[in-house]
Design a protein around this ligand. Structure first.
Ligand SMILES: Nc1nc2c(c(=O)[nH]1)N[C@H]1C(S)=C(S)[C@@H](COP(=O)(O)OP(=O)(O)OC[C@H]3O[C@@H](n4cnc5c(N)ncnc54)[C@H](O)[C@@H]3O)O[C@H]1N2
Ligand code: MOO
Length: 423
């Protein structure tokens, strides 16, 4: 049922909780039917059930080194002073790494420790101990052993383990299919010669990249002009073909901002407007029991709204908790002023000054995508704060892997120096 829509200023956490709550109660976030896929194509997929080893690995006793297989008890007494001769093919059998151990043999001596006499005997100068240089059955994996529990994203190592254990198919959660609908009459496909007023459609690709990063399967639809009927047809098509729809732009108060009206007509708008900067006019709705997010048009707003609202939906839909963000403590290079009433996400670059990290705020415009591309992290100014003073310690939520960043800062791989003075 449609309800009256107006742009509110709710805390985003409250809007997200309500959104996820509705999706939980309508069954959208409850276990999807699993699909069986080839293990070779399962990187990053989330297991729908525990996976057990079909066979042991190794599944036969195998030589762990190139050399000769021997019966250990027949080698006792060999020494530098009294080398021992073993008849080739009867008492000593040539084996290579990975070969099955011949029946009745229980040790392997590395080829470097063996000399040969007339191609009929192997000469050794040290006894072997039983089991030496042998990989026994199940050394790595025992048949029936639990390899991966349910609900885990498969790593390259997991795939290696599964295949070694004779598992070729695996039951995984389907990847959430995410439709991305760039809308706006001013949008044109990216090209180097846009006419004045034309905007190059870049958010579709950016959002698709984020969706892929979170485990979803993005599909960017062709640009839809600002036409209510066309947008409606496109939204219905996208709903039929996907699990989550991101309508990009048309979220605000402009004459051709149709998203909220459309979502209200076809389903329910839960939220229109949150108390964040950027990202204020986001729309959270449910149509045909599926989430529809109206993502504001400015690139930084689009990225932030996707992070705040699409990311958790995509993770939970796969049965995963959204990973906690990596963070570091830093001191602010400059004062940040931020109006009361909106939680502001300020992009910062990090530099090292002696033994501390300094966070330098970058451009705060919602349209400046390169400020986000160049940023190392985000500083959050709470809704009920008016900002932070220069030199204040703040938490920086990282946009890059923490280890790489700290390494770069530590080794001085970053040479750019900001203009700040914290003395
Ligand atoms: N009177 C008001 N005007 C605006 C308000 C408001 O509250 N009252 N909010 C502002 C805020 S905050 C934001 S954010 C934007 C959001 O606007 P929309 O979601 O309606 O988006 P548009 O106006 O269509 O576009 C904004 C901007 O982004 C460009 N854009 C759109 N799609 C793409 C794309 N796929 N790739 C690249 N760039 C895109 C678009 O051309 C515009 O330049 O509204 C403020 N206005
Ligand atoms: O919310 Mo808008 O995203 O501030 O620019």
């Amino acid at each position: 049922m449609a309800r009256k829509v107006f742009v509110t200023s709710r805390p985003w956490q409250e809007a997200l909780e309500e959104f996820l709550g509705s999706l939980r109660s309508n069954g959208y976030l409850a276990g999807l039917p699993a699909e069986e896929i080839d293990v070779t194509r399962a990187l990053g997929r989330v297991t729908a059930a525990p996976v057990y080893a079909a066979i042991s690995s190794p599944h036969y006793p195998a030589a762990a080194m190139d050399g000769i297989a021997v019966r250990a008890e027949k080698t006792f007494g060999a020494s530098e002073g009294e080398p021992l001769e073993l008849a080739l093919d009867r008492e000593a059998v040539l084996v290579d790494t990975g070969d099955p151990l011949p029946e009745g043999f229980d040790a392997v001596i590395m080829i470097e420790e063996v000399t040969f006499k007339d191609k009929v005997a192997a000469v050794i100068r040290r006894p072997a101990v039983p089991g030496q240089n042998i990989r026994p059955v199940g050394e790595d994996i025992t048949a029936g052993e639990l390899l991966v529990p349910a609900g885990q994203a498969l790593t390259p190592y997991d795939l290696g383990g599964l295949l070694s254990a004779g598992v070729t198919m695996v039951a995984v959660r389907p990847r959430p299919r995410v439709a991305i609908l760039p809308t706006g009459t001013e949008l044109v496909p990216p090209n180097p010669n846009p006419a004045p007023g034309q905007i190059l459609e870049s958010n579709g690709t950016m959002l698709a990249g984020l969706v892929t990063r979170w485990g979803g399967e993005p599909r960017v639809y062709p640009i839809t002009p600002d036409d209510y009927q066309l947008l409606k047809e496109r939204l219905l098509q996208a709903l039929a073909e996907s699990d989550l729809v991101l309508i990009n732009a048309g979220s605000s108060a402009g004459r051709e901002d149709y998203t909220a009206r459309l979502v209200a007509e076809l389903g329910q708008v839960l939220t229109h407007g949150v108390a964040t900067r950027p990202g204020k006019p986001v729309i959270l709705g449910i149509v045909e029991d599926k989430p529809v997010i109206g993502v504001p048009g400015y690139p930084v707003s689009a990225a932030l709204c996707a992070e705040l609202f699409a990311r958790p939906v995509i993770y939970y839909r796969q049965g995963l908790e959204p990973p906690r963000r990596e963070r570091v403590q830093a001191v602010l290079a400059r004062k940040i002023y931020s109006p009361l009433g909106r939680e502001e996400f300020v992009r910062v670059r990090l530099e090292r000054e002696r033994d501390r990290l300094v966070a330098i705020p970058t451009s705060r415009g919602a349209g400046t995508i390169m400020a986000l591309a160049r940023a190392d992290g985000i500083v959050v100014v709470p809704r009920l704060a008016e900002g932070f003073a220069a030199g204040q310690e703040v938490t920086v939520y990282l946009l890059r892997p923490r280890e790489t960043l700290l390494e770069e800062l530590h080794t001085g791989a970053r040479t750019i120096k900001g203009s700040y003075n914290l003395e």
